[in-house]
Design a protein around this ligand. Structure first.
Ligand code: SIN
Length: 553
């Protein structure tokens, strides 16, 4: 049997022994970032860890808008970078924004080569959508609102056809193995075998984390249930620096029909003229921002939140703006049908839902983290691209731009087993335990309720302190469940950083500090030790994020 055939046979999985070939690059996560990185690493041997069958657990599959890239007439990479910087509310790294904008068009061409059928007109030009805070029509799409699914289908086919890539489906990573001052592998568990101690240890030449976001930590989210933020916790426990965890983006128009996760009604609908109305029939956005429904996402999310809090329902009215809904927006049409809504005749009930995490494992322009042997790519990474607020449709772009960069970097460094990693310019400081007899499911529901109530669209110092102490109680009650511990730790990192940032900026809004503070126009860098300091010495948590290094010590 040829070596490549042997590798592919292993993907069948039933005979998995926990022994990938020596020298594999292990990629945790099989969304766009993970699969694109794996393809770009070929023919280096790669093992991809996927908690669910390929395509089923990844947010990328659900992306509706598309990929932002400066490929339209009159557009430029400088304009794209400027819009990214503007949306990020003062803390985007301009060099990162520029490199992402510049490399975007080439990555779109890569996707075309993998067979992604982007929408084009009769002359072959891309059909581009416009979304909030973009100065140009710039969002490359597929079949209207089906970009994520189409891109993922093309990449899954490419991955299945690449002999150097082995995919382990049905395993979840719950810990990083650190030895000799570097990340040397990953501990896996089958979610169904949770708690019975059946682990697999996977050695790795390099570990690339591509696990996506944190939506499942919130009661209302547009993310799949696999987006649990666990890699933040795994990395933090191993000593990695986490950046900007307080910056969470809430999408204003999740379809509010009691479905978990909440289906999305893409912003492109508002880009085409769909309006937001409350239960009194008032188009409330115009009184809040001259850009109306296309104001920045955080502004619209807060406005929707306030209407709902005031007891008025909020609805997306697409009835006149979208001529042929089923044809133009088949994904949203399907979601509406399942919820018993006909968007060509009915208003769509909406609510803000956790959608994207701007924060993540601190990573440089090549995806290197602060830990030797560990890279991060996609939503789980925080490179400084998004700042406090991500520009719409920059996330699939980020996944492919940094996927290519990480692959390049890893390929250049192997087989050397020691690599210099990202040195974080400055850090902030900051552990937690207590008792609860609730079942696992109850604990997760509680966690999600805490995060939505206290660390959601609107936050306050009092609420965030309550959240931290409740999360500590839940954490202390966890026995033998690393996955749940990871979720709770990720939630604490988000909450602690939100407590420390005493201002409002981008997706982070504090009712007790409703304005931006120019002195805090800096990114947050936080470690597990910092969180422990915050939890143990709550009275010292008044220090300001950018200068926290000496605080509490
Ligand atoms: C949307 O289609 O509204 C979401 C796009 C994005 O979050 O980038």
């Amino acid at each position: 049997m040829a070596a490549s055939t042997k590798r592919r046979a292993a993907t069948k999985f039933s005979g998995f022994t926990g022994e990938p070939g020596p020298g594999d690059v292990v990629i945790i996560g099989a969304g766009l970032a993970g699969l694109f990185t794996a393809l770009k690493l070929a023919p280096l041997p790669v093992t991809v860890i996927a908690a669910a069958p390929l395509g089923e657990g990844a947010s990328s599959m659900w992306a509706q808008g598309g990929i932002a890239a400066a490929v339209g007439e009159g557009d430029s990479t400088a304009k794209h970078a400027a819009d990214t910087i503007e949306a990020g509310a003062g803390i985007v790294d301009p060099d990162i924004a520029q490199l992402v904008a510049e490399e975007g068009p080439d990555r779109i061409r890569d996707l075309l080569a993998y067979g992604v059928p982007f929408d084009r007109d009769l002359e072959g030009h891309y059909i581009l959508s416009k979304e909030a805070a973009h100065s140009e029509k710039r969002v490359v799409r597929v079949s209207g609102d089906a970009a994520g699914a189409a891109i993922m289908q093309a990449l899954i086919a490419a991955v299945r056809a690449t002999p150097s890539i082995r995919v382990l489906e049905g395993y979840e990573a719950d810990d990083l193995i650190v030895a000799n001052d570097r990340v040397e592998g990953v501990r896996l568990i089958r979610p169904t075998a949770l708690g019975n101690g059946r682990y697999a240890f996977v050695p790795a030449a390099a570990v690339v984390v591509a696990t996506g976001g944190v939506g499942a930590l919130f009661a209302l989210t547009t993310n799949p249930s696999y987006a649990k933020g666990e890699a933040l916790a795994m990395a933090a426990r191993a000593g990695a620096v986490i950046a900007d965890p307080e910056f969470v983006q809430f999408h204003p128009t999740a379809i509010d029909a009691g479905i978990d996760p909440a289906p999305l009604a893409t912003e492109a609908l508002r880009g085409e003229g769909a309006t937001l109305v409350n239960s009194n029939g008032e188009r409330f956005m115009l009184a809040i921002d001259p850009r109306g429904e296309l104001a920045p996402r955080d502004v619209v999310a807060r406005a929707v939140y306030n209407e709902l809090n005031a007891g008025r329902g909020v609805f997306l009215d697409c009835r006149t703006a979208i001529a042929d809904f089923e044809k133009e927006y088949p994904t949203v049409w399907g979601h509406c049908q399942r919820a018993g809504i006909d968007p060509s005749k009915d208003l769509i009930p909406v609510a803000p839902a956790e959608h994207y995490h701007m924060g993540g494992i601190a990573a440089d322009a090549n995806g290197r983290t602060s830990l030797t042997g560990l890279w991060a790519v996609g939503e789980v990474a925080s490179t400084g691209l998004h700042g406090a607020n991500r520009l719409a449709s920059n996330s699939l772009l980020e996944a492919v731009v940094f996927g290519a960069r990480v692959a390049n970097d890893v390929r250049g460094l192997l087989p050397h087993d020691r690599v210099g990693h990202f040195v974080v310019p400055h850090r902030i400081p900051g552990s937690g335990r207590a008792a609860d007899t609730a079942s696992r499911r109850e604990a997760i529901d509680r966690l999600r309720a805490i995060m939505t109530r206290y660390a959601g669209v609107q936050r306050s110092g009092k609420g965030l302190k309550t959240a931290l102490s409740e999360l500590k109680v839940l954490s202390a009650a966890v026995v033998n469940d690393r996955v749940l511990s990871n979720m709770l730790l990720a939630a604490q990192l988000i909450t602690a950083a939100a407590l420390l940032r005493k201002e409002s900026r981008g997706g982070h809004y504090r009712t007790d500090y409703p304005n931006a503070n120019p002195a805090l126009q800096k990114r947050t860098f936080i470690t597990l030790a910092d969180l422990e300091a915050i939890n143990e010495k709550p009275k010292k948590s008044h220090c300001e994020p950018p200068t926290l290094a000496p605080c509490g010590t």
